[in-house]
Ligand binder design. Structure first.
Ligand SMILES: [Zn+2]
Length: 412
């Protein structure tokens, strides 16, 4: 008997996009300094990369994105400007034109950051599209915790985001081979970050309802909404099928202050209905964690665990048919971001860590005071999402799902 025949068959193969270089360069991001180090160190210290029976978490190093790949979305002028390392110390008038000011300052390493973070998300796409050259593994899920920069625009940086890796990833997945039924692949983008996915929704927006064609990408952003809350976008309100610019493929699910597990439990069937109507072949989930309790944004009161928690939602989405990419995103309590993405990594492996797991001793251990456990529990903030509002959400999304089903039944 050969040694390979005694290995248990792999039930789930997960690609974990990481390298020392990616971790080092992502840790320089001004809005999230050192966060990447904490995330990858915690995943490593929980030994999630060791093979467990029937499951494989394989480290896949990213490659830097080529200029041409960045140009699939960004303008040439923007690419040339952000990749020019010589301009870091220079004051020039173009910084504001390209959004490199205020919350998106230039920083040393920006050019490598842009190329490597874009390359990381494109590597995630590639692992799902082709068998790995290392052993011919077919990956079901790819994890890219340094990606998920959903505010970066075509020609300017915005909201701590310098590169539109989400858009580049979606464009790459659109080019996947036709399905067994002979139709073009469909990709669903689900954004769980506290903030609306303005740049992604705008980039993939297909305004015309009357064309009758089912677009290859559907975007759905569940986010906080309040007057003046970043980012302002005409696409960020509850879908209204009676409105002239309505599209059932560009969806927004705004929530109010204090959104908690019970609100997510209530809205989740609406997300499921849209998914079932659209029948995507690939699902990209932006897992921003700035809506978790304890984040400095202080807006929602969402937990990592429990029914309706972030882990529960992602676990449900991972049960859907199709291949998945999980991305990072916002999250300004870095130890909590590390807790959350470590927990989601264990969920992606179909072997969830207990939430009361003690943080193993490692260099960053003191930062996990005072609980020193994996959990990110809810706080005391009141959830202001009322039953009447949530039932309005349910009705609107029911209409949206029915419209997608009707369009799909026409075979377009
Ligand atoms: Zn955010």
């Amino acid at each position: 008997m050969s040694s390979s025949s005694v290995e248990p068959p792999i039930q789930r193969a997960v690609a974990y996009i990481v390298s020392q270089e990616l971790c080092k360069i992502s840790s320089l991001l001004p809005s999230n300094r050192q966060r990447s180090y904490l995330v990858h160190a915690l995943i490593n210290t929980f030994r999630l990369t060791s093979r467990v029976e029937g499951r494989l978490l394989k480290l896949v190093p990213p490659r830097p994105a080529a200029l041409k790949e960045l140009g699939a979305y960004h303008t040439r002028d923007y690419i040339d400007y952000v990749l020019d390392d010589g301009a870091v110390d220079e004051e020039d008038g173009d910084s504001s034109e390209f959004g490199l000011e205020d919350d998106c300052p230039r920083f040393r390493g920006l050019s490598s950051y842009v190329q490597l973070v874009a390359g990381a998300s494109l590597t995630a796409a590639q692992t799902l599209l082709k068998p790995s050259p290392l052993g011919g593994i077919h990956f079901d899920i790819a994890l890219c915790w340094d990606g998920g920069r959903h505010h970066a625009q075509k020609s300017h940086a915005a909201g701590f985001c310098y590169v539109a890796d989400c858009v580049l990833l979606l464009l790459a997945l659109k080019r996947a081979p036709v399905t067994q039924e002979g139709r073009k692949p469909r990709v669903m983008y689900l954004d769980l970050d506290l903030h609306f996915s303005d740049a992604v929704s705008q980039a993939l927006h297909t305004p015309a309802l009357h064309t009758g064609v089912i677009p290859q990408v559907l975007t759905l952003s569940i986010h906080h909404s309040a007057p003046g809350f970043f980012p302002l976008s005409s696409l960020s309100s509850l879908p209204d099928p009676s409105s002239s610019d309505f599209s059932p493929f560009s969806l927004s699910l705004p929530l109010k202050q204090g959104a908690s597990n019970s609100t997510f439990t209530r809205i989740w069937p609406s997300v499921e209905r849209v998914r079932a109507a659209y029948k995507p072949d690939y699902i990209v989930i932006q897992c921003g964690v700035d809506g978790l309790a304890g984040d400095p944004c202080g807006v929602w009161n969402w937990s990592l665990g429990g029914e309706g928690g972030l882990g529960w939602c992602v676990n449900h989405a991972l049960q859907w048919p199709g291949k998945k990419v999980l991305l990072g995103g916002g999250g300004y309590n870095s130890p909590n971001a590390a807790r959350a993405w470590t927990y989601l990594t264990s969920i992606a492996m179909d072997d969830p860590l207990p939430l009361d797991s003690e943080i193993p001793d490692h260099k960053a251990f003191p930062l996990y005071a005072h609980s020193f456990t994996l959990d990110v529990p809810a706080g005391t903030m009141q959830d202001t999402n009322t039953e009447s509002y949530l039932s309005q959400v349910e009705v609107r999304f029911g209409e949206v799902a029915a419209l997608i089903e009707a369009r799909d039944s026409l075979g377009t």
